[in-house]
Each structure stands twice: as structure tokens, then as C-alpha cells.
Design a protein around this ligand. Structure first.
Ligand code: UT7
Length: 328
């Protein structure tokens, strides 16, 4: 059986930084509240351009690392909830901007679990033997749908893009080895964006009523995210006979440091074995997990042979876990 291995990984964070002090300057909030309740200290904002620009930059870095060109890509899958436009897909725009002239591609909507959904999808095309190079990208310009006058939302999100390249594994036992994904649409009430789609097409009213921004009942999502992330991570460990000693890193979606800590606790992992960058980027939705992989691989903390449990929870509700044995 062919296994899909991650053979390169790249991350792009735009230059502009919004720190917690910025929000203190005009919202009823404090750096102390934000850090203790979320773990976030600052986030990046894309001032010009769109999600495709975040994705293209992440893709370029990934291809450069592997030493291949855009024309070598067979398929581009982009997980995002902030596509440049409804159509064409952001994958189409990325394909064109990148010059990936031999690739087809599509967008996938899985919110904060989008990268794991896309990874699960991408791995099938490698496992089937159909394709040899699949680019899986998580990219979101969350600033485009964030209400900066709402302290419940404004402080949480940032912009970013990150990508992995999937290729057939050269060695048995390395690569994306298992994946579990869940969907429960009853969660829609707690986390959604009401306006802009076919349910509430854009009108003056939808704009006046702030329906083009993220709505989140934070407390409700928190409760289910803590359980969902931990349960799926434990299930991945159980199915693959992994003890906490065997897991080099938990790679969690970066929505809230307290959710991350509680997932690590349930898995019996000390925080040194948990990938964290929420302090510097906030919640970049589909980009969080691959951005962690890129940073830890980039500075040498992530090594070939490391067992990783990737876990995410987000709007839908969507959630999932993935077992990866790092191959580069
Ligand atoms: O990534 C997709 C999935 N999303 C998540 O996983 C997010 C899950 N939820 C969370 O991370 C947390 O619920 C939040 C960080 C969003 C909020 O933290 P919380 O501890 O659940 O706070 P809360 O919503 O229960 O609010 C507690 C209090 C409220 O005041 P009252 O009603 O008790 O007077 C809020 O109004 O904190 C208030 N509050 C703030 N205070 C200062 C909310 N935001 C702020 C703020 N600064 N920025």
C-alpha cells in the first residue's frame, strides 16, 4: 500500500503585527485578560491582498524547500473559510498566480478543522496511486470577517497561510498513517457567519446587522472543543497503539491555550511536547496546524521519525485527528 508522506512544509505570516496593547487602546479589554484567557499576545494582519496571496507565499516556500517547481504539482487543495471570492475557487487563483499549469484543484470548507479535512482528502489521491505531488494548503484572512469593535471576537483571530507537499512515502511506516474526522451540523448555532451566502444574500440590512462577521458563542464552543479535541486525540493513540511516551508532539489547532493544555493533559503529554504558536499568531483557522509544523521543522525541533498527533476542532462543528510519522 502506498502511504502519503509530507515531504516539505512552508508557512507565511504577513508583516503587520497587532499586539494586545492595540486592543487595550480602544476596547474594554486588557493584555492580562487576553493572555490568561486565550494565550494570545499578538497576531498578524494582511494589509493588502487576499487569502490566495497568503496561500501562494506559503506554497512557494514549500516548493523551494523541496527544490521543485509549480509545474510539478498535480493537485492543489485549499482549506479556507475566507476565499477571495465565492467563485472561482481560491485554488484556481493560486494555481494561476503560482504558475502550477499542470495542476487541478479545489477549495474545501472545514473551518478550523479544514487543514485536517484537506490532508485526509489529499492523502487519498496519493494512496490511490493517481497522483504523485499534492499541495495541501490552509490559508485564511480572518481579518476580512472579524468585527474589530467586538471584544469577544476581535482579539482572537489573525491572518496566515501554510502548506504541506504530499508525495508517496519512500519508506514503510512514515507519512500520514491514520485520520479520523467528524462533522456535527447541530453546532452551526454556536459558530457561523450568517450573511453573504444563499441564505442571507448581501443587502444593506445584512451589512447594517453585522451579518458578514464571525459569530461565536465562545463558552459553548469551548466546552465541546475541549472534549472533541481530547477524545479524537486519544482515539488516534488507541487505534495506533501509541502511548504518551511514543508521541513526540501533539500538534493542536491554535484557538485557545486552555483547550490546548487540557488536550495535552488528557493525553498525558507535558507542554514541551505540544506545538504552540498561538502567542504570536492567534487563531488563523485553517493555517494553524501546518504553521506549527513549518516552524518546528524549520528550527530543528521536529525530526524524522517523530510521531505526531494532529488535532483540530472548529465551526460545523468539525473535528478530527491525524497520525503522522514525520518523514523528512
Ligand atoms: O477555532 C474555532 C473554535 N473556536 C474555539 O475553540 C474558541 C473556543 N472558545 C474560547 O476560546 C473562549 O470561550 C473565549 C476565549 C472566546 C472566551 O473565553 P471565556 O473564558 O470562555 O470567556 P467568556 O466568553 O465566558 O466570557 C467571560 C467574560 C464575559 O464577561 P461577563 O459576561 O462574565 O461579564 C465576557 O464579556 O469575559 C468577557 N470578555 C472579555 N473581557 C475582556 C470577553 N472577551 C473579553 C475581552 N476582554 N477581550
Amino acid at each position: 500500500m502506498i502511504t502519503a508522506a509530507i515531504t516539505a512544509v512552508g508557512h507565511y505570516a504577513p508583516d503587520k503585527v497587532l499586539d494586545n496593547k492595540y486592543f487595550e487602546s480602544y476596547l474594554d479589554t486588557t493584555d492580562e485578560w487576553i493572555v490568561t484567557r486565550t494565550g494570545i499576545r499578538e497576531r498578524r494582519i494582511l494589509e493588502e491582498g487576499a487569502t490566495s496571496d497568503l496561500a501562494v507565499e506559503a506554497a512557494r516556500r514549500t516548493l523551494d524547500q523541496r527544490g521543485i517547481g509549480p509545474e510539478d504539482i498535480d493537485l492543489i487543495i485549499i482549506a479556507t473559510v475566507t476565499p477571495d471570492m465565492f467563485f472561482p475557487s481560491t485554488a484556481a487563483l493560486v494555481q494561476h498566480k503560482l504558475g502550477a499549469k499542470n495542476a487541478w484543484g479545489f477549495d474545501l470548507s472545514g473551518a478550523c478543522s479544514g487543514f485536517l479535512y484537506a490532508l485526509t482528502t489529499g492523502m487519498q489521491f496519493i494512496e490511490s496511486g493517481r497522483y504523485r505531488r499534492v499541495l495541501v494548503i490552509g490559508a485564511d484572512k480572518m481579518s476580512a470577517i472579524t468585527d474589530y469593535s467586538d471584544r469577544n471576537i476581535a482579539i482572537l483571530f489573525g491572518d496566515g497561510g501554510a502548506a504541506v507537499l504530499l508525495e508517496p512515502s519512500e519508506e514503510e511506516g512514515y507519512g500520514v498513517l491514520d485520520a479520523i474526522n467528524f462533522l456535527d451540523g447541530s453546532g452551526m448555532e454556536a459558530l457561523h457567519m450568517k450573511g453573504g451566502g444563499s441564505w442571507n444574500p448581501p443587502t444593506h440590512d445584512t451589512v447594517d446587522n453585522k451579518m458578514h462577521y464571525i459569530y461565536q458563542d465562545g463558552r459553548a464552543v469551548f466546552k465541546v472543543a475541549v472534549v472533541g479535541m481530547a477524545d479524537v486525540s486519544l482515539e488516534i493513540m488507541r487505534r495506533n497503539n501509541l502511548t504518551s511516551e511514543d508521541v513526540a508532539y501533539l500538534v493542536p489547532h491554535q484557538a485557545n491555550m486552555r483547550i490546548i493544555q487540557s488536550t495535552a493533559d488528557r493525553m498525558g503529554l507535558p507542554m514541551e511536547r505540544v506545538m504552540v504558536n498561538i502567542d504570536r499568531y492567534g487563531n488563523t483557522t485553517a493555517a494553524t496546524i501546518p504553521s506549527c509544523l513549518a516552524e518546528y521543522y524549520g528550527d530543528g525541533r521536529l525530526k524524522r521519525g517523530d510521531n505526531l498527533v494532529l488535532a483540530a476542532f472548529g465551526a460545523g462543528y468539525t473535528w478530527g485527528g491525524t497520525y503522522v510519522r514525520w518523514s523528512i
